[in-house]
Design a protein around this ligand. Structure first.
Ligand code: GLA
Length: 410
């Protein structure tokens, strides 16, 4: 009997021990790394796999000298194409020596010396989307490799993942990062195919919610291989109803921005305003070395950035739409509201908004602005200028795809 008790006790403690031991798989992401939407730059939208040391250094230099860094942009993320086609004899990834002749560490040290942070990309599958070695089966080894390099951000993609489960694959990598011990923002990029907003909160700090962005207002770009990229309003529309899943340290990621790429300044302004309204990560995707002063002014608009970075972290919502004119709203932590009037149509529109007739209710988060009871002062955030109050109708002419964003101050 005594022996049986002993055996039972041993097996219980053995079980306990082995469970404890699996905490080499530390559970859960690094918390608190993205309490407001991350801001930075990513190479993919403009450069694809044509990336190198010179590009990173020049981008870092301009990030600081242009005022982007002062406006809050601090991550420089190299997307697909930074490594060679094969791992080394130990199974480690190899930064492409033709693109990074001094190694990746030198590049990262340079970025850090500018007071900025650095990120890399890989993929949960056997290969990245551009055919470089993926992480599947190498999660812990790759996480240790990134920790040794000293990166601060990992974007983790979803190509070539046949037969694996998204939640498990991302959880494994999240655990691997935690175990490697260096805090890194973990950016899930599985395009919203497996509803990451439902399971991603303990796993990562942000998650893509759609396929890739395309530099157009509202188009669908069909690739010959049978997938689509999306104009920025298509992404907003597609995911406007999952706002309750987004918040501090667990953001719905509307994708890297196309500001300064192929749209005109009017569309770029609306694009930026909507990313701020949606509390999306603000990751520039343009070539800083060719950035116009208009593009820089859009990306560094402090008033809009304050809306994006508001600590309440609420993704805005569509309050109404009529005849191609849309009204998007977002409550802020200080009791202010932000309202964007957007001309979604192809013809000029006149806004004539009688505030007193409206009582805006945010059913998901429990905020309310009843304009028949409370008067708000209005501030135009692009002009950085007060423009009357909610006592009077708001009147504005909007060109196609144009928008105006107002801060409402009670
Ligand atoms: C996918 C991602 C993009 C980019 C490319 C790289 O399409 O969604 O953001 O990372 O892969 O190949």
């Amino acid at each position: 009997m005594k022996n049986i008790v002993l055996i039972l006790a041993l097996s219980v403690s053995f079980l306990g021990f082995s469970q404890g031991n699996t905490h080499t798989q530390a559970g859960g992401k690094f918390e608190g790394l993205a309490m407001t939407p991350p801001m930075g730059w990513n190479s993919w939208n403009t450069f694809g796999t044509s990336i190198d040391e010179k590009l990173v250094k020049e981008t870092a230099d301009i990030m600081v000298s242009s005022g982007m860094a002062a406006a809050g942009y601090n991550y420089i993320v190299l997307d697909d194409g930074w490594m060679t086609r094969e791992r080394d004899a130990n199974g480690d990834l190899i930064p492409d020596p033709a693109k990074f002749p001094n190694g990746m560490k030198a590049v990262i040290d340079y970025v850090h010396s500018k007071g900025l942070k650095f990120g890399l990309y890989n993929c949960a599958g056997t290969q990245t989307c551009a055919g470089y070695p993926g992480t599947r089966g190498y999660e812990y080894q790759d996480a240790r490799f990134y920790a040794r390099l000293g990166i601060d951000f990992l974007k983790y993609d979803w190509c070539n993942t046949q037969g694996i489960t998204a939640k498990e694959a991302y959880t494994t990598m999240s655990n691997a990062i935690k175990t490697a011990g260096r805090p890194m923002v973990f950016s899930l990029c599985e395009w919203g195919d497996n509803q990451p907003w439902e399971w991603g909160k303990p796993v990562g700090n942000l998650w893509r919610i759609s396929g890739d962005i395309y530099p157009c207002f509202d188009c669908e770009f069909k690739h010959p291989e049978n997938w689509s990229s999306w104009g920025f309003m298509k992404i907003v529309e597609m995911r406007k109803d999952i706002r309750k899943y987004s918040g501090p340290d667990h953001w719905n990621d509307f994708d890297m921005m196309e500001v300064g790429n192929e749209m005109n300044d009017t569309e770029d302004k609306s694009h930026f305003a909507m990313w701020c309204m949606m509390a999306s990560p603000l990751v520039a995707g343009n070539d800083f070395r060719k950035m116009s002063k208009e593009t820089l002014a859009i990306l560094t608009n402090k008033e809009l950035i304050a809306v994006n970075q508001d600590k309440l972290g609420i993704q805005g919502f569509k309050y109404g739409a009529e005849d191609g004119l849309e009204v998007w709203v977002k409550p802020l932590s200080d009791g202010n509201w932000v309202v964007t009037f957007l001309n979604r149509s192809e013809v000029p529109k006149k806004v004539n908004f009688d505030w007193k007739k409206h009582n805006i209710k945010d059913a998901d988060f429990g905020y309310e602005a009843d304009f028949s009871k409370t008067v708000f002062k209005l501030k135009d955030l692009w002009k950085n200028k007060e423009t009357g109050s909610t006592k009077k109708n708001f009147v504005a002419d909007l060109a196609p795809h144009d928008s105006v964003t107002l801060r409402l101050i009670p």
